[in-house]
Design a protein around this ligand. Sequence first.
Ligand code: 13P
Length: 249
Amino acid sequence: MAQKHKLVAGNWKLNGGLAANAALLGALEAVAGVEVAVCPPFPYLAQAASLLKGVALGAQSVSEFQSGAYTGEVSAEMLAELGCKFAIVGHSERRALFGEDEASVGRKTAAALRAGLVPIVCVGESLAEREAGQASAVIRRQLDAVRTVVGTPAFARLEIAYEPVWAIGTGRAATAAQAQEVHADIRRWLGEQGADAKAVRILYGGSVKADNAAELFGMPDVDGGLIGGAALVAQDFMAICRAAVAQGA
Ligand code: 13P
């Protein structure tokens, strides 16, 4: 990454409550030299928007539809109106548990972009795919599905998060070398598409903690992190944010 700061985004997943959120949000603060964001569940976005200072807001998912008879959906326009800057799309939990296929991840990315949100597009291989030597092919296929819908120029307006499924919530993060290898491959893929590969931030997610963040963020192609469990503990999340500053842009 040449110019932009690193991005550290907290994905709260299905966690939180008004009182717990108030305590957590109140303990978060801007950190000079790094962009910080939190992604609470939808019902708490307004609360978070009112309490955050110098920390950006994101949503954990977004509908591919703008309005209409789509019960239970939340549009990108609604998220933008509530103050969201980011929207996570294609998280592996949504792909695996809620039937989001590669084409719908592309359409959700497009919907977020249309509303002026910055999509954080998640990609990553399962353990079986890694062991079969298919990690690169799987990730390139996931990225291709997004490119097919939004086109190559749109990659200048989104973030990519590499989240190996086997590292999520397991306490078994990718090693810094494993993360770097995949991030470099994603950067190569971007270049092959004709994108400005260096201008796209590629975040790593999967068991990032205060004690492994600096090593991961120290890799040349790791431009930040998408943090799950550790984002629920203010002290840990802030430590991870500071580790991103220490490792520079
Ligand atoms: P953990 O940090 O809990 O492994 O979760 C990572 C993740 O899925 C972030 O989106």
